[in-house]
Design a protein around this ligand. Sequence first.
Ligand code: GUN
Ligand code: ZN
Length: 434
Amino acid sequence: MQNSGAWRGRVLHFTADPSIAGEQAYQYWEDGLLWVEAGRVKQVGAALDILPNLPPSLSVQHTPDYFIFPGFIDTHIHYPQTEMIAAFGTQLLEWLNTYTFPVESQFKDEAYASEIANFFLKELLRNGTTTALVFGTVHPQSVDAFFKVAQALNLRMIAGKVMMDRHAPAYLTDTPESSYADSKALIERWQGVGRLQYAVTPRFAPTSTPEQLAKAAQLLQEYPGVYLHTHLSENLNEIAWVKELFPNASSYTDVYHQAGLTGKRSVFAHGVHLSSAECECLAQTHSGIAHCPTSNQFLGSGYMDLSQLEHFNIKVGLGTDIGGGTSFSLFRTMASAYEVQQARGRSLDPFKALYLATLGGANVLDLVGKIGNFAVGNEADFILIDPSATPLLKLRSKHCKTLKEQLFVLNTLGDDRCIAATYSMGQLVHQREA
Ligand code: GUN
Ligand code: ZN
């Protein structure tokens, strides 16, 4: 049968948040086996238990040294910013004007957008990321181009057209009406096609009038399955600006909440400087935060307080935030998350970091039961991880005495070189060059 097979190796996945469930949060089989039938998880467990049940004709790929993880989930990334990663010398608002807006203007051209979408999705797969929540540009054709490439690869991807009707160059702005009509047409065209889903995407509060935010909320009401994706509380100058622009809101979060944009499929990137009242609002509405540590450090935005979000029981995932972020790799992002929490006096547990990159991300995207772990019936998106991919990793891994130590070494030193192969619904979509 197509997209069927078995993969034998060191299988690890999460069934709960390690901050809550501790050791019970994960399952690990040193000699494990993942059985995939027609692109979905048929069974996972100890190899010696499952092997006798397998149909004799089924192929079994045995990589005893490799880990088998669920595919990584990136809960916040901009595909049009791929080519401007590593732009020197500015913080958020100046960075947007100097680098971001001019680059995004090129996505008016659908052929150009297709070229970058193609590169971008290959780069995600090279890094073991199988699902992402993705910003397009203001141009609807940027999203058409992206979804066409994602559809051809049968990937589970969520994306949307930027809505932006002020405080940006004229060549990049829409209007409340045109952004509503363009987003609606894209939803009609793409929502639920294959594994694709749509995110209503106002860029952030400063670049949308209250009228446009109301149009975004109208779309969420008309199409309950779609997402809301935006930025929140990233940079102190940004927050001061939002206060000026929305004097009637009690906080930045309240701008979105009053507009009707919070909810269980609402994902807010950053949340670096949130008050307790904002956290309460996010928790009560089941909204999620995409934590983007490489971006927060690169743009000098600040150090997000993960413990505060946990205290309020807010859903959190990891985001690379390319091109504000500095790497497509969720391993590099975990390393950065560790450094950010160290600066706050907390040592981020490697189990927790891996949870954030897999099941935590699925939770933020309201996709638990579809992706994020190896629950029976889930879509079989998974990666083979080589913990000895470089001479240094090989040497360091040899000295690991526990699973936790090995995972921490991977989190800290790992990158795209560790991704030996990436599978989407049981189909090979990336294989590392020999
Ligand atoms: N806030 C508004 N737009 C952006 C963007 O493109 N990147 C980041 N990091 N923050 C933003
Ligand atoms: Zn962003």
